[in-house]
Design a protein around this ligand. Structure first.
Ligand code: SF4
Length: 354
């Protein structure tokens, strides 16, 4: 299982490959693109190209991390999975069946399988009501408890997220809890519906550093106990390494690299992945010679591009010291390696080995 570290989230004990590794995904994004039309001054419409041709598969018992800075498209992809948006093109599939945003019973059925845990637990809970109310509502809406056993179900949920003694927490209002306790309540509420998938959108980024590791460990334990498929969205590649079996890296709406976690950490290929790792030093990492040093003497003063007018080709090219003319005109195809790692970068043409 997971081990504690010296205050950071650097390394992760080896976790056996889940039995589901070769199974069909529970939830998947298939080549999804999301463009938003935004009306500016004088009513002029602008298209924001937030996400381009992204594919991602979530399997039971497996944690997948989606890593990137603000504006990378990772939250847009999570919201597509949560059916907040309808993709401009491509599909979201639950057990192989296409799903679209809806209302009523179809929507309830979807959310009884797919739940989201948000960055700010205070905003995600009803602040006017107690923990009891927040949990009871979720159980009732999804028919997960009757009048006779609802109290027992709520106490069980608090036990599962280690809020004990459980009875002490039932009557508390969100503002009477610490940030970590509030996030535990939000996770308990997500579990109330018996989900198969949890989408965690930066679930630790607003918590005190001292509580972050506890929440990561809780998510890891629940994944094992509940056999959950878990999407962990973060800007912090170190916490992704700690928690996830797979890491997928996004930049400016494009998926740029992905694969088994240790493969990505030890042998990052895309210059943006190297930049992320360079900003997150880890003495335990033994990156292959030259791999992380690409950016060692490059001051990264670049900013992510404006997605209303993104750069052509590889969107990272204005910040990339290795960019060529080819990079500025066309986005590279995906190169797959036998290790399971893949990358979109002209430095690694199809057939390149890791
Ligand atoms: Fe850099 Fe070109 Fe690779 Fe993009 S495709 S990361 S610009 S080398």
């Amino acid at each position: 299982m997971l081990s504690d570290t010296d205050g950071g989230v650097q390394a992760r004990a080896e976790t056996p490959e889940p039995a589901s590794a070769g199974e069909p995904p529970v939830l998947e994004a298939v080549d999804v693109t999301m463009h938003f039309t935004v009306r500016g001054g004088l009513g002029r419409a602008t298209t924001v190209k937030a996400l381009e041709h992204a594919s991602l598969q979530l399997r039971r018992g497996r944690i997948v991390a989606l890593v990137g800075e603000s504006g990378s498209g990772k939250t847009t992809l999570a919201r597509l999975f949560a059916l907040v948006y309808t993709p401009t093109s491509g599909e979201i599939r639950l057990r192989g069946e296409r799903v679209l945003p809806g209302r009523g019973r179809a929507s309830r059925e979807y959310y009884s399988e797919v739940q989201m845990v948000f960055q700010d637990p205070f905003a995600s809970l009803n602040s006017m009501h107690s923990v009891r109310h927040n949990l009871k509502r979720a159980l009732r809406i999804h028919g997960r408890a009757g009048r006779d056993d609802i109290e027992e179900r709520m106490l069980e949920l608090l036990e599962r997220v280690s809020l004990t003694p459980t009875k002490d927490f039932m009557g508390k209002l969100p503002h009477e809890l610490s940030g970590g306790q509030r996030q535990r309540v939000a996770i308990a509420r997500a579990l109330a519906v018996g989900p198969k998938v949890i989408l965690g959108d930066e679930p630790i980024s607003m918590l005190d550093v001292s509580m972050r590791l506890d929440i990561l460990n809780l998510l890891a334990r629940l994944r094992e106990e509940e056999d959950l498929a878990l999407l962990y969205i973060t800007h912090d590649i170190a916490s992704a390494r700690y928690l996830a079996e797979e890491i997928h890296v996004m930049y400016a709406g494009q998926m740029v690299e992905g694969g088994p976690t240790e493969q990505i950490i030890q042998n990052p290929q895309h210059p943006y992945t190297r930049l992320l790792l360079g900003a997150s030093p880890d003495p335990a990492r033994t990156v292959k010679a030259g791999a992380a040093s690409v950016f060692a003497d490059v001051e990264d003063s670049g900013e992510p591009p404006n997605l209303a007018a993104p750069p052509q080709g590889c969107r990272f090219h204005p910040r990339c010291p290795l960019a060529t003319d080819e990079c500025r005109t066309s986005f590279p195809a995906r190169t797959e390696h036998a290790t399971g790692q893949w990358v979109h970068c002209w430095l690694y043409p199809p057939g390149a080995s890791t």
